[in-house]
Design a protein around this ligand. Sequence first.
Ligand code: SF4
Ligand code: F3S
Length: 107
Amino acid sequence: MTFVVTENCIRCKYTDCVDVCPVDCFHEGPNFLVIDPDECIDCTLCEPECPAHAIYSEDELPEGQEQFIQLNAELSKIWPTISEVKEALPDADEWNGKPGKLQYLER
Ligand code: SF4
Ligand code: F3S
């Protein structure tokens, strides 16, 4: 099992999740973070830390977010590791909770 970053992280990228991960399994793209499913130890620490409530266990994903299992697996192999918190994206609070953000995912 693994935890998965879902759509509401896009264009927010608060990075609070990174601070608590004991195994540095977050990877960073331009406007989204993903979790490497091969590194995640299911410790659950990151889930409550995300201000955008974007992190879920893969077996508790909200409806419509299933494709993010594959996206996390795929992009975590390409994007670099992020292990320190940084500033959220400038318009993070405006984008938090907006539907249909997958179209804005930058690779
Ligand atoms: Fe890291 Fe734990 Fe979150 Fe997995 S569940 S991404 S190991 S903090
Ligand atoms: Fe994204 Fe939430 Fe982490 S918005 S960067 S999953 S704290």
